[in-house]
Ligand binder design. Structure first.
Ligand code: SF4
Length: 233
């Protein structure tokens, strides 16, 4: 009798979890494809708790595993945006991955600050660094996720804006969300090991969010987003 009850309970539990995953997948697709956010906290819970199971399910439905990381990033961006815009630019940091650099980048790794850009102009990071620092941000080019944690622990910024491939970004945002730092993320539009690409307009929109006066001034001086991204050529 007791075994029969345990069996029935286990089956009911499995069916409930499967339904929860299917509902979450549908809500996630709505968010990523249609920008409609429904039950964000439930979505975040399922993405964080059933990350690998959701990836398998997405793969089975031919959606690709990437969509699960995109869902995690989008939900965290939505949930954290209001807090992010209230943080002064001087209390924010921008962290970008080293794969955005040009293949012939002359900069070297510094164990404290990451890749120390020499502003040679071979890639977009020179302009991005200038733009971020002009706004008041601290700017870092990092060789990997562990370095992100090291910088966040050392600098303790009130807000962090990160750029990375979808998987690394989702993981980093998840880890930073466990600290007092408010986090926003912009995924790469072309990932890989070298000369990756980010949507500059998208990145600048978040970078300047909440600092309208500076934004206006910068637009008068000329827009970075009007420049081509040399790293993509
Ligand atoms: S501008 Fe780009 S290629 Fe040049 S030093 Fe900086 S990161 Fe390297």
């Amino acid at each position: 009798m007791i075994y029969e009850m345990i069996g029935k309970f286990s089956v009911a539990l499995l069916i409930s979890i499967l339904l929860l995953l299917l509902v979450s997948l549908v809500l996630g697709i709505l968010l990523v494809k249609k920008k409609r956010l429904v039950l964000p906290k439930l979505l975040l819970f399922t993405v964080d708790t059933f990350y690998f199971q959701l990836k398998k399910l997405a793969k089975r439905f031919g959606l690709g595993e990437k969509i699960i990381d995109l869902i995690g990033i989008e939900v965290r961006n939505h949930l954290g945006f209001k807090k992010f815009v209230k943080v002064e630019a001087g209390d924010r940091i921008l962290i970008v991955p080293q794969c955005l650099r040009h293949a012939k980048c002359p900069a070297r790794l510094d164990s404290r600050i990451g890749i120390a850009c020499k502003e040679c102009g071979l890639c977009i990071l020179k302009d991005l660094k200038a733009e971020a620092e002009k706004l008041g941000y601290k700017f870092y080019i990092v060789p990997g996720g562990r370095f992100v944690q090291r910088i966040v622990r050392a600098v303790k910024p009130k807000a962090a804006l990160g750029v990375a491939c979808t998987k690394d970004l989702n993981i980093a945002m998840h880890e930073i969300a466990g600290t007092k730092t408010v986090v926003q993320g912009v995924p790469l539009i072309r990932d890989g090991c070298i000369q990756t690409q980010v949507d500059v307009k998208d990145l600048l929109r978040t970078l300047r969010a909440g600092i309208a006066d500076v934004e206006e001034k910068l637009q008068k001086q000329g827009c970075l987003e009007d420049n081509p991204n040399p790293s993509s050529s």
